[in-house]
Ligand binder design. Structure first.
Ligand code: GAR
Length: 193
């Protein structure tokens, strides 16, 4: 199962996927490319570390969504790697119908909350401010409904009395780093199309 990872940030989840692959824990999954919309994003440095093509692709003209010329560039760039699965690992743009159609039922996203709770930006902060005693992370199929596609799996994380954004973020990332590779491994062996 050929995997293209899209991300905008430091890439700790992409790193977790690649480490799982190296450890033989990614099922039939194989990361074939990493693409970022942020020129100097940490996620791009994983390319040389893990021997995977990694490149910036211009997503302009919009800042928070993938549409117009940027969307066309992304469809071409991702298609060039013939992926079976496109993983949004901290890709901070809303993907639109043309991209969704190009990779129909092949795109999954990691979101830092127990969806349908706290969609959108700052899922960790939203959960902390809610006063809830628990949050978590979700891996779901991407559809036109932002953060609303069918849920594949969730991991739960407690919010303790003295929790801070820093401490909760640490726990969340640990949960994400085990959830996302596990879901990918499962999809690669069980199938999903
Ligand atoms: C992760 O916490 C992921 O859940 C979140 O971005 C972070 C990326 O971290 N995604 C979203 O908020 C999507 N709306 P990383 O670059 O270290 O993997």
């Amino acid at each position: 199962m050929r995997i293209v990872i899209l991300g905008s940030g430091r890439g700790s989840n992409a790193e977790a996927i690649l480490k799982a692959q190296v450890a033989g824990q990614l099922g039939k999954g194989k990361v074939v490319a990493i693409i970022s919309d942020v020129p100097n994003a940490g996620i791009l440095s994983l390319g040389s570390r893990f021997g995977v093509p990694a490149k910036w692709v211009d997503a302009s003209p919009f800042k928070t969504k993938l549409e117009g010329e940027g969307e066309v560039r992304y469809i071409e760039a991702v298609r060039a790697y013939s992926p079976d699965l496109v993983v949004l690992a901290g890709f901070m743009r809303v993907v639109k119908p043309a991209f969704l159609m190009a990779f129909h039922k092949q795109i999954i996203n990691l979101h830092p909350s127990l969806l349908p709770l706290f969609p959108g930006l700052d899922g960790i902060g939203q959960a902390l401010r809610s006063g809830n005693k628990e949050t978590g992370c979700t891996v779901h199929f991407v559809t036109a409904a932002v953060d609303g596609g069918p849920i594949l799996e969730q991991a739960h994380v407690s919010i303790d009395a003295a929790e801070t954004l820093e401490s909760l973020s640490l726990k969340m990332h640990a949960a994400e780093h085990s959830l996302l590779p596990r879901v990918i491994a499962r999809l690669s062996t069980e199938g999903y199309k």
